[in-house]
Design a protein around this ligand. Structure first.
Ligand code: PMV
Length: 369
């Protein structure tokens, strides 16, 4: 599909008002997206586990209006929020071509997260995907005939809905396009899997039972403002001395992970995932300007995980986003032992001993208003 396929040609503008509500999860990348071209096109492919517990719930009320221009209010966790408005304004500007009804309505966007505010957990993936899904539900309600024969098969329409939701979410925040479906989602053109640069696609390869219900415990090491916004971070990959090699490596790691998912080889999984996390941070340490986004406690946790793995037959491993928090990943059958290890040995490194237990999920859900 091309971007052209997502332009809504005609719609029923007689609908006066309505309300839609979605819950959409966060995701954790195993092969990392870092570096992008214009229009949020990734420089390399990425793959992520969709999460279950860390999610955003968004309700959008739409009311017909006469004047021109975008009009919306944002209510975050029960209070009117001005800080989110510029990002949503930019998002609306980027997607207007595909959703020509945006200027016909006033939108009230009520949103909240299941994870603590300012926990340092990026809410852009769950937040932008939840908003994109609400807008898709509105589009569906306003839609007139959409396919040449006037009908669309259910499966085909679900596929279009998910792809366009992911396409829109990408324009809000790149990694958000991987939050629509579960359990593994690939984004970015590559030779190993079915893929697109425009939207995320459910991983089409075989997945060994070892990876079913994979666990992710998020250790909250640093709740502060991000030292480098992802916009700035992605830009630092332009002209980065190691960029070309890094992008090649991501293709290679995705191909290796595909084989690992089929075989269930957890040792190789650990190596690829940890190497990806460290490479992401290495890219930031070697850009100009350069940044260290880990904190001393991040390193202490990594060393503890390595020591634990050394002294047991565990397959626990870590991954990192562009910050200091640590995602601890492990198979479901190690849940009890690893949670004990986290409680006894890692919780002390977390702010207020806080961590969030999560696991792989199936994607976003439409909610009853
Ligand atoms: O979606 P963005 O632009 O905030 O980028 C996020 C990039 C990482 O989280 C660091 C990696 C990834 O693939 O999710």
């Amino acid at each position: 599909m091309t971007a052209q396929d997502f332009i809504l040609e005609s719609y029923n503008s007689n609908i006066e008002k309505g309300k839609v509500k979605w819950s959409s999860p966060s995701n954790i990348a195993l092969v990392k997206y870092w570096g992008k071209r214009q229009h949020q096109i990734p420089e390399n492919p990425s793959i992520s586990f969709t999460l279950s517990n860390c999610k955003t719930i968004t309700e959008v009320t739409y009311t017909k209006k006469e004047d021109d221009g975008f009009s919306f209010d944002v209510i975050f966790e029960g209070e009117k929020n001005e800080a989110f408005k510029p990002k949503i304004q930019t998002f609306f500007e980027r997607i207007e071509t595909y959703m020509p009804f945006l200027k016909d309505y006033h939108f009230t966007i009520e949103t909240s997260n299941t994870f603590p505010h300012s926990s340092g957990i990026a809410s852009s993936a769950s937040g932008m995907s939840a908003l994109a899904l609400c807008l898709m539900s509105i589009e569906e309600k306003l839609s007139v005939i959409q396919s040449p024969d006037g009908k669309r098969q259910d499966e085909e329409s679900q596929d279009y809905f998910n792809k366009k939701a992911s396409f829109l979410a990408r324009l809000g925040s790149g990694s958000a396009c991987r939050s629509i479906e579960g359990e593994l989602v690939v984004w970015g053109q590559n030779e190993s899997t079915e893929s697109s640069n425009l939207y995320g696609i459910k991983f089409d390869g075989e997945v060994h039972p070892n990876f079913k219900n994979y666990q992710d415990t998020i250790l909250l090491v640093d709740k502060g403002e991000k030292q480098v916004s992802s916009t700035v971070g992605h830009q630092l990959m332009h002209g980065h001395p190691f960029a070309t090699e890094r992008f090649k490596q991501a293709h290679h790691n995705l191909a290796r992970l595909k084989a690992v998912f089929a075989s269930g080889d957890l040792d190789s999984f650990v190596k690829i995932v940890e190497s990806e996390a460290l490479t992401l941070h290495a890219m930031m340490m070697t850009s100009m300007p350069y940044f260290i986004l880990m904190k001393p406690k991040t390193l202490e946790i990594i060393n503890k995980i390595w020591a634990y793995r050394e002294s047991t037959d565990s397959h626990v491993c870590f991954t990192l986003d562009a910050g200091a928090n640590v995602h601890v990943l492990y198979p479901e059958n190690e849940k009890d032992s690893v949670l004990r290890f986290i409680k006894n040995e890692l919780a002390d490194y977390c702010q207020n001993k806080k961590y969030i237990t999560d696991y792989v999920g199936k994607g976003a859900q439409l909610m009853k208003n």
